[in-house]
Write a protein that binds this ligand. Sequence first.
Ligand code: NAP
Length: 266
Amino acid sequence: MSQPTYTIITGASSGLGKALAIQCAKAGMNLILIALPGGHTHSIAETLAISYGVYVHAFEFDLTDSTILRQQLDYIKGRFSINFLINNAGIGGTASIRETSAEKIDQIIQLNVRSTVQVTHLLLPNLLEHPRSYIMNISSMAAFTPIAYKTVYPATKAFISSFFHGLREELSGTGLSVSVVYPGPIMTNSNTSRRVISQGIKGRMGLLPTSVIARIALRKTMANQPIIIPGIMNRFNLMLMRLLPLGLKLKIVSREVRKEIQYSPA
Ligand SMILES: NC(=O)c1ccc[n+]([C@@H]2O[C@H](COP(=O)([O-])OP(=O)(O)OC[C@H]3O[C@@H](n4cnc5c(N)ncnc54)[C@H](OP(=O)(O)O)[C@@H]3O)[C@@H](O)[C@H]2O)c1
């Protein structure tokens, strides 16, 4: 009998990662869920396994700790056959750069950029062993423009976009398909919800339920689409933004984002 294959999801204990875990389990995929220690990852794994009759394993560790990340992934690679990687874990925030600590900046870059590249690099040989395999990467609509008061976050999401499109081209001709998802605002946790609400009607344009974003992202990744922008409003917004010169676009978006500062944790 052939070995069961697994999908790894980073940041799977809440928000979009959890919604992706539910969609994947519904589709009959076995899962490896990764999140920080002390959360609900183990109970989510248990619930999904019972509800959908799939194998689900939970691993709790800090993805920004390179040594632990390598140890944990070596363990996972040695025991499971991985044919799908979902790079979802990511953090951001809204604050003036002058009010942001060096530690916070480093944390965003380490999680969004370094750990994502490390996880992908470590798992590539395993993914390439399969005739068909997938990498889904969660970027953001923020990748399409620099934004004041977010500065680091959109830059990390633009990195994800650039890195994975380059990787897709490099691996074309193999059975590994690489997709980048650009969600608009998602009310995944109390902070992002407060930030979206603070934007009024404009903030809610392009807002989709997390489960809908997860469903679209999974279906389109499996259809080998390189660029996935869930929601017609987000695609329309992007089209409009592309017509504006950079200076004007920066001013419009940054003015709106500035309103979020009071709702973002320091
Ligand atoms: N929310 C939005 O409006 C929005 C819009 C566009 C794109 N996105 C992107 O979508 C992705 C998911 O966002 P979300 O809002 O769903 O996030 P979320 O609800 O804050 O969940 C983040 C997940 O990542 C995990 N995580 C955080 N730091 C970690 C670390 N150092 N090591 C391991 N796991 C860690 C968390 O684990 P714990 O629960 O254990 O802390 C949690 O499972 C991110 O890449 C984000 O940039 C979000």
